[in-house]
Design a protein around this ligand. Structure first.
Ligand code: G
Ligand code: G
Ligand code: MN
Ligand code: NA
Length: 254
């Protein structure tokens, strides 16, 4: 496979980079965190979304070194931004299924944070609903180890998988991210607004905060605010930004 060979070389050739999408606290109206999103500048195909190569990275096992690069680079860059601006931003990083199941995950994150000097409570890991539901006992153990280290944990793409809501309280989660497919249908599908509202109420009952993803307009925002959604992310607030764009935005906010 051509792309697999390219993927193998991409780390050495420094073809990956990260963009950061702001997450807004809806009470304060301020950026409280960012989600790191991986991009690949392929020498021939140009800029590729992870949706186009993460599945291949999982199949080939390359996701482990790539995921490690993402964590290291994102933590370093956010630490630098913090030193430069004095602003403490939470950093959310996506973990793929294979990374989450890697036995070395917990110790390697511990070492990485110590090396970089980023406070552990600033790192949030986003794990998809389907990854967590795949092996509930193992997932619960891993989440507890990560939580004991001081990290915060978010369930990503919530609503797209098969999780029984009753399983949620097994996991030590701080945040639940309502998938953007729900947000997209809020105004046209009454059942989706009802589900979204129910998810928010249920999460709050368990002490979990809710982030809505993919907010593209004011109507979506107003609905979510009226239902006490805690945080939001989406093009309405900001597209994913390069680190220099993010630095400018943070300065403007001061
Ligand atoms: O940014 P974009 O919408 O193109 O991302 C597409 C998908 O890729 C999303 O589901 C997102 O969670 C995932 N993704 C983005 N960055 C990373 C990453 O660093 N690691 C993993 N495993 N997935 C990522
Ligand atoms: O699955 P995950 O939540 O990690 O993916 C986040 C993805 O959603 C990123 O690839 C990002 O580019 C994309 N995204 C962020 N905001 C919006 C938005 O407002 N609309 C759409 N369509 N996609 C968005
Ligand atoms: Mn995510
Ligand atoms: Na998501």
């Amino acid at each position: 496979l051509l792309l697999a060979n390219d993927l193998r070389k991409a780390l050495d050739h420094e073809e990956f980079y990260l963009v950061y999408q702001p997450q807004i606290d809806l009470d304060k109206g301020q950026i409280i965190g960012v989600e790191a999103l991986l991009r690949w500048n392929h020498p021939v195909l140009g800029h590729l979304s992870p949706a186009q190569f993460i599945p291949l990275a999982e199949e080939t096992g390359l996701i482990l070194p790539i995921g490690r690069w993402v964590l290291l680079t994102a933590c370093r860059q956010i630490r630098e931004l913090q030193q430069l601006s004095g602003v403490r931003l939470r950093l959310a990083v996506n973990l793929s299924a294979k990374q989450f199941r890697d036995v070395g995950l917990v110790s390697s994150i511990r070492e990485l944070l110590a090396d970089i000097g980023l406070e552990t409570d600033l790192l949030e890991l986003e794990i998809t609903e389907s990854t967590l539901m795949d092996n509930i006992d193992n997932a619960t153990r891993t989440l507890h180890s990560l939580r004991e280290m001081g990290l915060t944990l978010a369930i990503d793409d919530f609503g797209t998988g098969y999780s029984s809501l009753s399983y949620l309280h097994h996991f030590p989660l701080q945040r639940l991210k309502v998938d953007k497919t729900f947000v997209r249908r809020l105004s046209t599908h009454p059942e989706d607004s009802a589900i979204t509202e129910a998810i928010i109420v249920m999460a709050h009952t368990m002490g979990i905060k809710v982030v809505a993803e993919g907010i593209e307009n004011k109507q979506e925002l107003e609905f979510l605010v009226s239902k006490n959604c805690d945080e939001a992310q989406g093009f309405y607030f900001s597209r994913p930004l390069t680190m220099s764009q993010l630095t400018e935005k943070i300065k403007d906010n001061e």
